[in-house]
Ligand binder design. Structure first.
Ligand SMILES: Cc1cc2nc3c(=O)[nH]c(=O)nc-3n(C[C@H](O)[C@H](O)[C@H](O)COP(=O)(O)OP(=O)(O)OC[C@H]3O[C@@H](n4cnc5c(N)ncnc54)[C@H](O)[C@@H]3O)c2cc1C
Ligand SMILES: *[C@@H]1O[C@H](CO)[C@@H](O)[C@H](O)[C@H]1NC(C)=O
Length: 186
């Protein structure tokens, strides 16, 4: 009587220990508790490699850029990169390409070398999240947020109807557009 009862109790205890051990092992592979979930838009992307919300929308990283001349030069170059990026984004992007552009814009903001500019622009992105559904949506969005910055700096508003022509860089390699001349270096 007693030996049988002891044995079954042992079996139960052993099973319980195995269950606890596997549970702890599995827990170890999870994200640490409190790891921030991806930002709202990233949830709808279906892309497993989406950056976490904290990485995309955390504090502006660079220090203040005091030199006004350097700040303006940097701004002109940065806007050119951004608008040209939108102008050459696919008209029909894949979900993964949309996610890439969204992450890029957010990290462009976070890491922008003028810290006080990055801080302001972060507020603009929070209110107007990047539009990544198509080239035209991205280009129009880029023009709109640039105009928000223009307004704050008391600069003239840009007419966004002309955005398609303004950043047609003639870069080539586009179907139906000016192709690079044969023999041109890659
Ligand atoms: C993300 C970001 C944030 C910034 N924040 C600040 C800030 O907080 N404080 C600060 O002093 N400076 C800031 N700047 C720099 C500022 O926006 C200007 O780049 C800088 O003052 C130089 O201005 P600019 O008059 O030469 O023309 P820019 O604004 O640099 O524009 C360059 C050219 O782009 C064209 N353009 C103008 N508006 C648009 C539009 N809406 N869409 C498309 N093309 C357009 C025009 O041809 C213009 O000449 C920021 C720049 C960036 C990229
Ligand atoms: C400000 O920046 C400009 C452009 O980069 C540079 O030529 C100039 O020397 C800088 N001024 C100072 C005081 O550092």
């Amino acid at each position: 009587m007693a030996p049988t009862g002891t044995r079954s109790r042992f079996v139960l205890l052993a099973l319980f220990c195995i269950a606890m051990f596997s549970f702890l092992l599995l827990e170890g592979h999870r994200e640490p508790p409190g790891f921030p979930s991806p930002i709202e838009q990233a949830k709808h992307s279906g892309s497993g490699g989406a950056q976490s919300g904290a990485v995309l929308t955390g504090h502006a990283i660079a220090p203040k850029l005091g030199n006004a001349t350097a700040k303006a030069e940097l701004g002109r170059a940065a806007w050119k990169v951004l608008h040209t990026t939108f102008a050459r984004f696919p008209e029909k992007p894949t979900e993964e390409e949309k996610e890439a552009l969204r992450s890029y814009v957010h990290l462009f903001q976070r890491l922008y070398p003028c810290g006080e500019c990055a801080e302001h622009f972060g507020k603009v992105l929070a209110k107007y999240p990047p539009q990544v559904s198509s080239r035209s949506a991205a280009a129009m969005w880029g023009c709109m947020v640039h105009n928000i910055v223009n307004k704050r700096l008391h600069k003239p508003e840009f007419n966004c109807e002309n955005i398609g022509d303004a950043y047609d860089c003639g870069c080539g390699d586009e179907e139906g557009k000016d192709k690079d001349k044969a023999g041109a270096p890659a």
